[in-house]
Design a protein around this ligand. Structure first.
Ligand code: GDP
Length: 444
């Protein structure tokens, strides 16, 4: 999967990276090539369009970072947008519910549902140490029920005993009851598929969902079927509601477009991927790794990341200098808050500055918390330049205006100002120290 696309994108981006300068026309030409490559890889048109628009917009407006060539910057932007298109972070199966947690598998016949059910059961049993019960709800093909039973025996994982003549929703209820009585952590419901998207399948899936109230509804989709898989996902989501997608046959020789469009079209995360026929061939879906595999330009990406962090370090050094001089206004504070967010929040910042970890409690007392960093920035954004420079002029009427602008209460503005005073005092103290722990930041 992805080989063809990878080769094409690699070629286009390779030609860009060497360039010392890039005009808007160069970017446009590259975007046209990328667009063609994605369409040839069978990525959905709407996804291609939004992808190239976003990349273009950023490429044209990108901040120039010293020591990075414009072409390299574009590679980094393409990389980041590709990751965003694939869903940003890897998302695990959510087992946070009252046991037994019901997980329902849906999809077309032959998509790999039964195999994936066994793979998932195997991983939950051996890796996550959960007690798993598998149940086949496929009453149309007795062989399907037998297939799951055989897989269960091979893996020493329990399957719900087969009772002839029961309807799928009743089997689902029986499975949940057996799950409760048997002290299982998870009940995997392997539903029946059809060869094509049909109304009966959807109705039945909806009935099973109502009977078992599954915590996860996973669509198992064959990534080799291209756009059909995307349409299927959309239809299932509308009728039954999905919580995630499993893409099977990633080991196959497909063009990869379905894998690339699925998340963007449905908004549902791709949680897992099947990479072979064996029951251990199941992997988490990591957007950044997949993007890396497709672009094959990890070295350029890390170069740009490193250069960008040097830029951040330069900014931080300038901030340290200001602190030493005892100057720290609200604009500086805003800059610091943004830096903190970028560096992985308070935790990330502490990790980088050994000396400052002692101040953990002080920082906490100052009311600095990852969740409110963004809100604080919004409050500062509602101030005028004058106010940012001279917090002292902030009297009641100005505070009221700012609160209204940021959609918060006046007391929140007061809290921010108190935090600013605390930070300013703290920074002054740090700045006065010999070099001070913050100086480490300048060399980072
Ligand atoms: P179901 O009808 O949806 O339950 O599909 P099955 O689980 O019976 O799978 C159909 C076929 O696809 C079987 O031969 C599986 O071994 C194969 N299969 C399932 N997942 C994968 C995968 O990720 N990679 C490969 N290569 N084959 C798979």
């Amino acid at each position: 999967m992805f080989d063809n696309l990878s080769e094409k994108l690699g070629g286009i981006l390779d030609r860009l990276t060497g360039r010392g300068s890039l005009s808007e026309a160069d970017v446009d030409a590259a975007m046209r090539e990328i667009r063609r490559a994605l369409l040839e890889a069978d990525v959905a048109l709407e996804v291609v369009r939004s992808f190239t628009d976003k990349v273009r917009e950023q490429a044209v407006g990108a901040t120039v970072v010293k020591s990075v060539k414009p072409g390299q910057m574009v590679v980094k932007i393409v990389n980041d947008e590709l990751i965003a298109m694939l869903g940003s972070d890897s998302q695990a199966i959510d087992l946070n519910a009252v046991a037994p947690v019901p997980i329902m598998m849906v999809g077309l016949q032959g998509s790999g549902k039964t195999t994936t059910t066994a793979k998932l059961a195997r991983r939950m049993t051996s890796r996550d140490k959960r007690k798993v019960l598998m149940a086949s709800l496929d009453v149309y093909r007795p062989a399907a029920m037998e297939q799951l039973a055989v897989l269960g025996r091979d893996l020493s994982i329990d399957t719900l005993p087969i009772v002839a003549g029961q309807k799928p929703p009743d089997i689902a209820r029986r499975a949940m009851e057996a799950g409760r009585l048997g002290g299982y952590d998870v009940v995997l419901l392997d539903t029946a598929g059809r060869t094509t998207l049909d109304e009966d399948m959807m109705t039945e899936a909806a009935e099973i969902k109502a009977a078992a109230n599954p915590h996860e509804v996973l669509l198992v989709a064959d990534s080799l079927t291209g756009q059909d898989a995307v349409n299927l996902a959309r239809a299932f989501d509308e009728r039954v509601g999905l919580t995630g997608i499993v893409l099977t046959r990633i080991d196959g020789d497909g063009r990869g477009g379905a894998a690339l469009s699925m998340r963007a079209v449905t908004g549902k995360p791709i949680k897992l991927m099947g990479t072979g026929e064996k029951t251990d061939a199941l992997e988490d879906f990591h957007p950044s790794r997949i993007a890396g595999r497709i672009l094959g330009m990890g070295d350029v990406v890390s170069l740009v990341e490193k250069a960008a962090s040097t830029l951040d370090a330069e900014k931080a050094a300038a901030a340290v200098e200001k602190m030493r001089k005892g100057k720290f206004d609200l604009a500086d504070m805003r800059e610091q808050l943004e830096q903190m967010t970028k560096m992985g929040g308070i935790g990330g910042l502490m990790g980088m500055m050994p000396g400052i970890s002692k101040m953990k409690n002080q920082i906490a007392a100052a009311g600095v918390d990852d969740k409110i960093l963004k809100r604080q920035v919004a409050i500062i954004d509602s101030m005028t330049r004058e106010e940012r420079k001279n917090p002292d002029i902030l009297k009641a009427s100005r505070k009221k205006r700012i609160a209204a602008g940021a959609g918060i209460k006046v007391e929140d503005v007061n809290k921010l100002l108190k935090m600013h005073r605390n930070m300013a005092d703290m920074m002054k103290a740090v700045g006065r120290g010999k070099g001070g722990p913050m100086a480490g930041l300048a060399q980072a």
